[in-house]
Design a protein around this ligand. Sequence first.
Ligand code: AVJ
Length: 325
Amino acid sequence: MTARFDLHAAAGARAQRRIDDRLREEVLRGLRTERKTLPPKLFYDARGAELFERICELDEYYLTRTELAILRAHVGEIAALAGPRCALVEYGSGAGVKVRLLLDTLEAPSAYVPIDISREQLARVSATLADDYPDVAVRPLCADYTTPLRLPPLPEGARRLAFFPGSTIGNFHPTEAAAFLRRVRRAVGRDGALLLGVDRRKDAATLNAAYDDRAGVTAEFNRNILARLNRELAADFDLARFRHRAFFASEPSRIEMHLESTEAQTVHVAGVPVRFAKGETIWTESSYKYDHPRLQRLAASAGFVVRRRWTDSAKKFWVVFLEAV
Ligand code: AVJ
């Protein structure tokens, strides 16, 4: 039998509308400032999610497969550190692939709370996982986890283990990353923990290639944000007039992705005219890369200690076990 969730009930629809309204305001705010920006969460409509899956298969984009290899190699040790009857809380559950590794290996996990902004995918993945793990209480939460949120009731006394894979933490500016991890710290409580995926700082050539692949999939992923605004906010972006730009900026230690206007033009978004100078960009994503001091600083500022770090043989990526202090 397939488990059902009330994500499609009235409360779910209201939550979705709230998310949509907020996104719309965020978009307009971002495009009307001096330095134009769009939030990277906009990438992940159905088409964007598909393009991201293709990015993950690119030779140049090592992040996903490297993280999975690290998780596979060390999941036993992770489970030992986590302990029995964990309530697992995943921030941005997506397709629900990585979490299966944990659910398969953790000792009698008691609950799983997938949090995701994409309602359909969340309902689908939750139902499948509830079927496959009948002893785990699956409690999906449809929410934008970049905003404060309240977790559903969890089993009494269960240790809370947050899971934030994929180096999505890299999308946050360091001060926002610290603020976000502080909220995670509060959500997991005193004896809680966080399993975090972090991309490591490395040579610019490797990083630049990962975000500007030869096949142009990342360029399409980046431009898809404009197609989405055309469709959902009645915008009139001409995708051919925006170029994908991605580069590593060493001092802030981040990849920046931009969409660069190839000419002076005026675009309309939800009825609002937005003017572009030739060469002006919309900054669509930052992807911060961490070294040890930066990671240490981040953890400490959020009330966590780094209990254990695992990496791959090429030292490209970290999976980190943080514990609340
Ligand atoms: C999903 C945020 C981890 O920053 O590497 C991939 C998204 N952007 N290619 C990243 C992304 C361009 C990705 N994260």
